[in-house]
Design a protein around this ligand. Sequence first.
Ligand SMILES: NC(=O)c1ccc[n+]([C@@H]2O[C@H](COP(=O)([O-])OP(=O)(O)OC[C@H]3O[C@@H](n4cnc5c(N)ncnc54)[C@H](O)[C@@H]3O)[C@@H](O)[C@H]2O)c1
Length: 344
Amino acid sequence: MSTTNPVYIITGGAGFIGSNLVARLQRDEPDARLYVVDDFSTGSYANIVEACERHNAGPFRGTIMPDSITDLNWQPAIMGLAPKAVYHLAAITNTLEFDEKKMVAVNTEPFIDILDACIESEIPLVYASSGATYGTPPQAQQEIPFPTSAAGNPSNVYGFSKWLMDVEANRAFEQSMIESGKKPHVVGLRYFNVFGPGESRKGKMASMIYHLTNQMLAGQNPRIFEHGQHQRDQIHVDDVVSCTLAAANPSANPGIYNLGTGTTTTFNDIVSAINQALGRSMDPEYIPMPEEMVSSYQHYTCADMSETKEGLHWTPTLDTAQAIRKYAAELAENHQNQHSTVTQ
Ligand SMILES: NC(=O)c1ccc[n+]([C@@H]2O[C@H](COP(=O)([O-])OP(=O)(O)OC[C@H]3O[C@@H](n4cnc5c(N)ncnc54)[C@H](O)[C@@H]3O)[C@@H](O)[C@H]2O)c1
């Protein structure tokens, strides 16, 4: 391999979204050298192996750095590897983690070092922010898409740790504008609810689409909060990866953007789509929302995608209901294969 082969650093590359990103990079740029930084706290080698297979990328050929993002010395690492881009996805993704010090120490602090190092070396940085930075903005009451300016009142420390990343990125933009009159190539993407292949090892944190499909495949009625009318912006992981890759293109404008579909899907709609995919007609079992969740529950989320279209020249390609049906059918096929292997 010549020294001119492009290098990419992907943190969190053994996770759900990261492994899909790694596989797409390897497939689309077979000569690229991929460095995956992941401590395997929620990720797994198996996510990478399966994603490479799903995306026809061939067996994984990159380098794994099994380090915590909190331990790496980012300045020399980034200067030494001189990547074409850094994709920073590693994070504590358990939204029910309430250790605030730990959340900020992992999700926010190393990001500041990565940000500084990328700016210093003029290397494009794309990082995963979250729809959780919004909490319940006024737009949720009005049931209209969230403009990026509405973020900043997160309802949990996970959302807060992601909001702090956006604060640091904005500070860096302001600083660079003062110093050089232009923004560094840094793009923050506020992912909304992501679903799709590769999330099976996320346990409770896997998407509702994954859990509801598995309940129904196990012959149980899908359990959702009364009365299934909460709405979320659900986006397939393939679209998330496409936009994340597009954000590193030279034509992308630096900034912080929403990454959703710009549409909402109710939990009742999800159950209908899964029923269609599985050829069933199972009724939802409506359960009351626990008292402690009522005040912070996001009953409506929807990404305003106008800035994303303008700034990153990217729009979602997949119809949500269709993508849910396709994914539920894939889960059913895996379920069937596992079942027949066990009973053989
Ligand atoms: N999945 C979603 O719906 C969603 C929504 C909004 C934002 N995001 C963000 O997208 C990114 C990827 O999420 P995901 O759904 O793939 O979750 P995931 O848990 O599958 O992936 C996170 C990866 O980061 C790794 N990691 C965690 N702490 C680390 C550390 N200290 N050092 C090195 N590696 C570490 C984990 O092992 C895992 O492989 C995260 O930043 C997450 O906050 C995801």
